[in-house]
Design a protein around this ligand. Structure first.
Ligand code: PLP
Length: 369
């Protein structure tokens, strides 16, 4: 091994990144696994999407359509958008990274909130920029605090609405107030990964704001309600000049063919998407209520997951995590989000939801520490 300085050096910032640690996905051997750690849908992908995916199995030698034409057309048709302003990516994570590398460089600042989605910080550091954190109020983005954190160096502001892992959201009026307070040169990224699940009249994912301004981008994903997380598929709606920048820096074939085909089929299967919404509408309130009845603090969520707070001593989040994991119930520890006393629970199938409540009941009644 050569001395550290005698070998290639990553750009400043790269080694400051703590690699993203995904949710656990294993249970002890012999115990049935209920993976409730990554906000995946309990309904799986649409059977039509699975069929479309399989339909390409004997064409793997072909390059995919590098412009994602059919998928952009399908998205544009579904949401009433201009297809030339849609950019598809290998997961919305790729879109978030592309946006950051296009608009943030060394000396620039990227802004997000205390418990904002972790990928924002990673993307900013990877681009050589400086992450800046705006405080939240009650685990919710605070528009005034975000605006107060803007400096002449701010290039990008990320807002997950609703946010992961908190499940909280801000009304569209507040998003518009945030936009109105930002300099026109700052890019506002509205990450609407859970938009389909939200059932609030005062919520909007942000399409209107993208259409009427030059500095707002909305990102969406096929990983959550559409159940295609493994295929890595996301997209954004952006002003034409931002879409142009992304199209210059993205890989020429950044989205794979089976993902494109499955995405088109998933968008067409409204019945499947509605079933996923209905399942969430039933079980999100049920879980919220049952878990709150145990004396645990549950943050009101508009997504497909819940943030549960445990006592700092006695029945801690760490103990609960071990207790649940031993029973095959795998939740998400969120210490990396600055929430060491919380666990995040994804709404699962009925069986898993009932088991979680039973297990938490036993945990809270138990004599163990
Ligand atoms: C899951 C999630 C994403 C989606 O990531 P993909 O790369 O599309 O799988 C984006 N933002 C938030 C807030 C998420 O929770």
């Amino acid at each position: 091994m050569s001395a550290v300085l005698d070998r290639p050096q990553p750009r400043p910032g790269v080694l400051a990144i703590d690699p993203y640690v995904p949710g656990k996905s294993a249970a002890p051997s012999g115990v049935k696994l209920h993976k409730l750690s990554s906000n995946e849908t309990p309904l799986g992908a649409s059977p039509k999407a699975i069929e479309a995916f399989k339909g390409l199995a004997d064409k793997l030698e072909l390059y995919p359509d590098g412009s994602s034409t059919t998928l952009r057309r399908a998205i544009a048709g579904k949401f009433g958008l201009d297809e030339s302003r849609i950019v598809c990516g290998s997961g919305s994570d790729e879109i978030l990274s592309l946006l950051t590398s296009a608009y943030v460089g060394p000396g620039d600042e990227g802004l997000f909130t205390t418990h904002g989605f972790l990928v924002y910080k990673l993307a900013i550091l990877a681009a050589g920029g400086t992450p800046v954190v705006a405080p939240e109020t009650n685990l919710t983005a605070d528009v005034d605090a975000i605006l107060a954190a803007v400096t002449p160096r701010t290039k990008i502001v990320f807002l997950a609405n609703p946010n992961n892992p908190t499940g909280t959201y801000i009304p569209f009026e507040e998003v518009k107030r945030l936009h109105a307070g930002l300099p026109k040169t700052v890019l506002l990224v509205l990450d609407a990964a859970y938009a389909e699940y939200v059932r609030r009249n005062d919520y909007a994912a942000g399409i209107e704001l993208v259409s009427t301004s030059d500095n707002v981008v909305m990102t969406r994903t096929f990983s959550k309600i559409y159940g295609l997380a493994m295929l890595r598929l996301g997209w954004c709606y952006a002003p034409a000049h931002v879409a142009d920048a992304l199209n210059r820096i993205r890989g020429p074939f950044n989205v794979n063919g089976p993902a494109l085909a499955a995405g088109v089929a998933a968008l067409e299967d409204d019945a499947h998407t509605s079933a996923a919404v209905a399942h969430n509408d039933r079980w999100l309130p049920w879980l919220t209520e049952k878990i709150a009845e145990l004396g645990l603090e549950v943050t009101p969520s508009v997504g497909n997951f819940l943030l549960i707070r445990f006592p700092e001593t006695g029945k801690t989040a760490k103990d609960a995590d071990a207790f649940l994991t031993a029973r095959g119930l795998v939740l998400r520890a969120v210490g990396a989000y600055g929430l060491p006393h919380h666990l995040r629970l994804t709404v699962g199938p009925e069986e898993a939801n009932r088991l979680v409540v039973e297990a938490l009941t036993a945990f809270m009644r138990g004599a163990n520490g």
